[in-house]
Design a binder for this molecule. Sequence first.
Ligand code: GFB
Length: 316
Amino acid sequence: MKFKDKIFIAGHKGLFGSAILRTLKKKGFKNILFVDKKNVNLENQKQVDNFFKKNKPKHVFLAAAKAGGILANMKKPAEFIYKNLLMQNNIIHAAYKNKVEKLLFLGSSCIYPKHFLNDIKETDLLSGHLEETNKHYAIAKIAGIYLCDSYNRQYFNEQKKFRAIIPTNLFGPNDNYHPLYSHVIAALIARFKQSVRLKKKEIRVWGTGRPKREFMFSDDAAEAAVEVLRLTNKKFEKLVGKNLNYINIGTGKDYSINQICLYLKKISGFKGKIIFDKKYPDGMYRKLMSTKLTKKIPFKIKNNFFDSLKKTYLEY
Ligand code: GFB
């Protein structure tokens, strides 16, 4: 990947896509391409084809997705599977037809079977049942990873041109703060801010507070993603082995939802009570990924979890 190469970011306004944009700019990449939904609907194959034909990007970051937290996944399974399949099929196939040199697809740690509680390795994919609350989204993401893999095998002479990363739960600028459909960090930041402002006596948090999640600041995940795509096909294969085309991106540490609440309580100055509302689902109890391969990517995590949580809280 050269600094003058044309790089297309699909989904540049979202949590991860916007972090990729910041990271590429910071590293000195000059020729970055992105589009607005109004101009190119990524769910429309013809529009995506025309866009690729006209612009001929050399590299692609596929960060466009219909994503959301546990409740959004449960309430909108059809949208989560249909829209994601459409967008990723359109972009991956157009990238192949237009001779894109390398493409990076964004997976999610929810693709791994639910019975692995920690040290989830890349090779554990498809070795057990998926978590019910996000099965449809996970199946779309698994299909995306295998679509990339199939093009490498059939059209690229086994070279790993189309790759995927499996990031853990992300948070940071441009997150979705919808009260029902966001992920937990954004939801709790918004709820603590509001509860302090309105001097509420209690704050309600979903589930038991016991599930643990591995959180990563979006800019750290983006840094890893860019470095993964910069690796030559040979180097990437050396990293993941002959049979894989994806790699975990995590921190190796997780925290319970209760711990997150206690920290937010401290930094927000909220004086009321935290009530865990068991009517809402916990989802996976734990899904801590192995970082054995992550550690071999030439990047370093720069943002300490609690410091970046505080920064995100203050900037909200
Ligand atoms: O972030 P979250 O929705 O993602 O929820 P998942 C994580 C945990 O936080 C769950 C609890 O145990 C929730 O019950 N939680 C507590 C809350 N209060 C809240 C709240 O107000 N809002 C939310 N959203 N959660 C999603 C998947 O799973 O994570 C997606 O459904 C995707 O497919 C994404 O993979 C990364 O980690 O449970």
